[in-house]
Design a binder for this molecule. Structure first.
Ligand code: AMP
Ligand code: ZN
Length: 473
């Protein structure tokens, strides 16, 4: 099985060759835990979960290490903590904000069928490693201390800008932001900074007496190195992270060790917009994962996590995605069909090989899903195909044996007494035979009010009307 992946660093699809097939290593930038995760944040989580599953399939589950961090040191967290808990000491307020947000994030993504990563490091637990990196960068002449800050000197790295494909001259020319007086060059970025009174603070790297805190980029360099080593296989995140976050991670990690690479393959998911517009609080189209799963705020429906996941995977991960209610309705209809077909079927031992091949071509989920829909057609007649289909859907994480009722989350179910329905159906047929159409229509309306829909068909042999019924939704 050959896996090819698009590499942002080289701007082409390349065969994937792990540094060590016995330990394939992937790092994905995780959430900053200050608020509910929105549906755009769910995209990298789902996309890289599919890649994690594929790597486990190819190399064996015990041969893949997936690290997805929790960013729990950030200005946005401090701001939220002060706002939500004005009467608590800031550090206590921060703990409340981050622990509640982290729990919510875990609950939300578990509902989306996302496997836990091998390691989920927190920034606050890696401060020593961040300080060590800062000191190594200063010692090697790639960073300098100024006014309580440690700053990365971008002029010290000849190929700074390679990932985002920009030259330093271009970036400097375009830098319109007012440059802080302590910076030597306008593109120099913060590795460590002073904390304001009351803010979380740790003893600073050598050369700074006052306590301070790390910048965002150094957090990922420290956490990835701690758990995956200074060079690893795959680094992922959303396309917005290419510059400056990933560019700066590369600068820090490479220059701290004098290495030519940090990660061999850099992967980025495209952006998600909602109903044709950029998601934003002011436009009122900002939608959290939790609102999709637990309220009727989007498309006047509550949506099962599997439905959300299937809807997400209908678009290739590098393409932009337009998140619409229509997309969710279609995904739900598909999953309801799968539930009818598969909820009583045991999965086969292996997923379908063509689906694995499609996913191995740079995670081509639209192609994988069209193969799945083809399988579903023959699965109606062939139990072996049905078993393989179920295994394949479980592999992708879009179906796990849910019933129709479970997938129709939030839609009130009607329960009826089948004996009563049967006798009403018989009474209606009798009325029709007696040409008492007023009575037969009345009975049909009575049944409809109970949530029962009728279907009349002619028996092909006898020519008689046969009525079947089902619960209407
Ligand atoms: P943040 O918490 O803003 O750092 O984002 C966490 C992850 O979600 C990062 O990988 C971002 O690139 C990604 N992300 C944020 N917004 C979107 C969006 N609208 N579409 C796709 N990915 C996004
Ligand atoms: Zn990161």
């Amino acid at each position: 099985m050959s896996l090819t992946l698009y590499n942002t660093l080289t701007r082409r699809k390349e065969p994937f060759e792990p540094i060590d097939p016995a330990n394939v290593r992937m790092y994905v930038c995780g959430p900053t835990v200050y608020d509910y995760a929105h549906i755009g944040n769910a995209r990298p989580v789902i996309v890289f979960d599919v890649l994690y599953r594929l790597l486990r399939h190819i190399y064996g589950p015990e041969h893949v290490t997936y690290v997805r961090n929790i960013t729990d040191v950030d200005d946005k967290i401090n701001a939220r903590a002060g706002q939500d808990y004005p009467n608590l000491p800031l550090n206590e307020a921060i703990r409340r904000v981050t622990s509640a947000t982290e729990k919510q994030f875990h609950d939300d993504i578990a509902a989306l069928g996302v496997l836990p990563p091998s390691v989920e490091p927190r920034a606050t637990e890696h401060i020593e490693e961040m300080k060590t990196l800062c000191e190594a960068l200063v010692a090697r002449g790639h960073a300098y201390v100024a006014q309580g800050h440690v700053l990365f000197d971008v002029s010290s790295m000849p190929d700074y800008g390679k990932l985002s494909n920009r030259s330093l001259e271009e970036m400097e020319a375009g830098a319109r932001v007012e440059v802080a007086p302590y910076k030597k060059g306008p593109m120099d970025f913060v590795l460590w900074k002073p904390s304001k009174p009351g803010e979380p603070a740790w003893p600073s790297p050598a050369g700074i007496a006052e306590p301070g805190r790390p910048g965002w980029h150094i957090e990922c360099s420290a956490m990835s190195e701690k758990h995956l080593g200074p060079v690893f296989d795959i680094h992922g995140g959303g396309i917005d992270l290419v510059f400056p976050h990933h560019e700066n991670e590369i600068a820090q990690s490479r220059c701290a060790h004098g290495l030519p690479v940090m990660a061999n393959v850099w992967m980025h998911n495209g952006f998600l917009q909602v109903e044709g517009e950029k998601m934003s609080k002011s436009l009122g189209n900002f939608i959290t994962i939790n609102e999709l799963l637990a309220t009727k705020k989007f498309g006047a429906n509550q949506w099962h996590g599997r439905v959300v996941r299937l809807a997400m995977l209908g678009t290739h991960y590098r393409q932009p995605i337009d998140w619409t209610a229509e997309r969710l309705l279609q995904a739900r209809a598909t999953l309801l069909d799968f539930a009818d077909l598969l909820s009583d079927i045991d999965p086969a031992s292996e997923p379908n090989a063509d689906v694995i091949a499609a996913l191995s071509d740079d995670l081509n989920t639209p192609s994988a899903l069209s193969i799945v829909y083809g399988l579903a057609k023959s699965a109606k007649r062939n139990p072996d195909t049905a078993a393989e289909l179920r295994a394949t859907l479980e592999f992708i994480g879009v179906y796990g044996g849910e019933t129709r009722e479970e997938l129709n989350v939030g839609i009130e179910s009607v329960s009826v007494d089948a004996d009563i329905v049967d006798s009403l159906v018989a009474a209606r047929l009798a009325a029709r035979r007696a040409k008492d159409f007023k009575e037969s229509d009345r009975i049909r309306d009575e049944l409809a009010a109970m949530g029962v829909a009728l279907k009349d068909a002619k028996d092909p042999k006898t020519g008689e009307i046969v009525t079947t019924w089902e619960i209407a939704r």
